[in-house]
Design a protein around this ligand. Structure first.
Ligand code: FPP
Length: 260
């Protein structure tokens, strides 16, 4: 059992217990609600993103301490380019700021950075920051902190289909040999094997949508939607959401012992 004491909203100590043997290997989070957090404080939207970056740091540490193997964070979608220029520009600066500040800490925690998404289309400074962070942490053997950056699941599937088609055309892949694993490995999460698929997907801010995130990979994921806005999300929320996950009955299309 992992037992942790947290302060609740009334400043009282609250104990959350987690079953150590049922910590999800791969947790993916849609970090939503930064804009609303800022608006409630009469601040510009970017203030929410800035606060959200500090939350990334705290949640990375908490997940790594729990023994999570992969933490995937949806930082920028292929659709987010439609936002106002100054917001896009701020979001593109965040990885630069984040890695400048926190790479030493990630190394100390033995965390390896990975970025999945269309990195080539990122501004040069963002691209450099993420590639440098991957290089600097490449020998770390602990949790993989996997940023989905300029990522969209449908685009990812299109890219994988094209790649597999090329292999078929070149004669290096038989059509009949294509199975679920072939597709899984051709996706951007393929190199996270054996943890390609998240057991738990969390979306903050009360929205109950998937928004083009890990569409193939989520086939058997447990989905947890929480009202908390991302800038308010704390390790206690992560513990609570994992507790919810642990209370779910995962059947993978089968039946439970009692139903047999
Ligand atoms: C969604 O909130 C959030 C984003 C599009 C950006 C997420 C990015 C971070 C939390 C920081 C990432 C940090 C690093 C290190 C890359 P929203 O703006 O859609 O919120 P709203 O729905 O309330 O408007």
């Amino acid at each position: 059992m992992f037992t942790k004491l947290f302060k609740n909203n009334n400043d009282e100590a609250e104990q959350i217990e987690l079953d150590e043997s049922k910590i999800p290997n791969h947790i993916a989070i849609i970090m939503d609600g930064n804009g609303r957090w800022a608006k409630r404080r009469h601040l510009p939207r970017i203030a929410g993103h800035r606060q959200g970056m500090d939350v990334v740091r705290e949640i990375t540490r908490a997940a790594s301490d729990l023994g999570v193997k992969v933490l995937t964070l949806y930082a920028f979608s292929t659709e987010n380019w439609k936002r106002p220029d100054d917001e896009v520009s701020f979001l593109m600066d965040l990885p630069v700021k984040f890695f400048n500040k926190f790479v030493p800490e990630l190394i100390e925690q033995n965390v390896r950075v990975n970025v999945m998404g269309y990195v080539e289309q990122l501004p040069a400074k963002t691209k450099k920051a993420v590639l440098d962070a991957m290089e600097q942490t490449k020998d770390n053997t602990g949790m993989v902190l996997n940023f989905a950056l300029n990522y969209g699941s449908r685009a990812e599937i299109v890219t994988a289909v094209k790649e597999l088609s090329r292999r078929v055309a070149a004669g290096s892949l038989e059509v009949e040999a294509i199975d679920e694993q072939t597709i899984s490995r051709a996706l951007m999460t393929g190199k996270l094997a054996p943890y390609c698929d998240p057991e738990l997907i969390i979306r903050t801010s009360g929205e109950e949508r998937i928004s083009n995130f890990l569409l193939w990979q989520l086939a058997y994921s447990e989905l947890v939607f929480t009202e908390t806005l991302w800038p308010d999300y704390q390790p206690a929320n992560l513990y609570q959401d994992i507790k919810t996950y642990q209370s779910r009955d995962r059947r993978f299309g089968g039946v439970t012992e009692e139903e047999k």
